[in-house]
Design a protein around this ligand. Structure first.
Ligand code: CP
Ligand code: NVA
Length: 299
């Protein structure tokens, strides 16, 4: 029976803990030049209908390091752009590939791909959520804090796909999630998690970061939201992560950002490059944690 990874909650808490453990092993083996060709002969199709630096490169290199192969497939190359349906694409690609990662602007399209494909489908970011990012971030938290529960994380900025996936994580793990957004920029799908006792919503960044062990940032204007750029840039000014805000969190609080960063907008350069920032380790961990996920789903 194939497994998809469209939502973080498609995995159980225990499966994620197992992946975190496996990630540590894969990361260590890589640092010691120990090969781990567990996906020899396997091919991953990577459908990108939006831009990417980290997701594309970490999945591609990850497949290579697991002994498999990755194909970078864009709208310009696929017949999808010329009207072939996602259902037919799913049926055809299932005959060639062992898994597909898709990044698009429509979660429903990713869901349909999964429904009609015989192979695992991985959500590499949709308008709704970005589960691989948070899966990898949980590994980074395990590395930096030594735990993935019993801490407080403040997500500050635009309510978007990243925010939704953090809410997914809070439904699986016992940590406090404070979400600070302007009232006009709340997260779509928030009601899905309104029953959770460990998610709190704020309209003040200062209030949200009090008692936080981690502050998390994302861009103010997500891909596909460019029409709202001017409005968001104005509304989100009080939600910038800067030294003054960081000083109100717990001493030594970690700063995380899924990247790409817009220095001077959602986060200042001094905080991004400062001693509390773990953003570049976080970016590196995309490679290691996704390799564990690929091994789980494709082998
Ligand atoms: N964080 C992230 O998914 O980065 P990319 O958009 O570069 O893939
Ligand atoms: N919210 C951002 C995340 C980028 C990794 C976007 O969707 O563009």
């Amino acid at each position: 029976m194939k497994r998809d990874f469209l939502n973080l909650t498609d995995l159980s808490r225990q499966e994620i803990l197992d992946l975190i453990k496996r990630t540590a092993t894969l990361k260590k083996e890589r640092s010691e030049n120990i090969p781990h060709p567990v996906l020899q002969g396997k091919s991953l199709g990577m459908i990108f209908r939006k831009n990417s630096t980290r997701t594309r490169i970490s999945f591609e290199v990850g497949m290579f390091e697991l002994g498999g192969h990755a194909l970078y497939l864009t709208d310009e190359q696929l017949q999808l752009k010329r009207g072939e349906t996602i259902e037919d694409s799913a049926r055809v690609l299932s005959r060639y590939l062992h898994g597909i990662m898709i990044r698009n602007d429509d979660f429903e399209e990713a869901r349909l791909l999964a429904e009609h494909a015989d192979i695992p489908i991985i959500n590499g970011l949709t308008d709704k959520n970005h589960p691989v990012q948070v899966l990898c971030d949980l590994f980074t938290l395990q590395e930096k804090l030594g735990r993935v529960e019993n801490f407080c994380i403040a997500y500050v900025g635009d309510g978007n796909n990243m925010t939704y996936s953090w809410m997914e994580a809070a439904s699986l793990f016992d940590f406090q999630l404070n979400i600070a957004t302007p009232p006009e920029c709340t997260t779509p799908g928030t009601k899905d998690f309104s029953h959770l006792k460990n998610v709190s919503f704020f309209t003040s960044a200062d209030d949200a970061v009090k008692g936080a062990d981690v502050i998390y940032a994302d861009v103010w204007v997500s891909m596909g939201m460019e029409a709202e750029q001017d409005k968001k840039m104005q509304l989100l000014q009080p939600f910038q992560i800067n030294q003054k805000l960081l000083d109100q969190a717990n001493p030594g609080a970690l700063v995380m950002h899924c990247l790409p960063a817009h220095r001077g907008d959602e986060i200042t350069g001094d905080v991004l490059d400062g001693p509390q920032s773990v953003v570049f380790d976080q970016a590196e961990n995309r490679l290691h944690a996704q390799k564990a996920l690929l091994e789980m789903l494709l082998s």
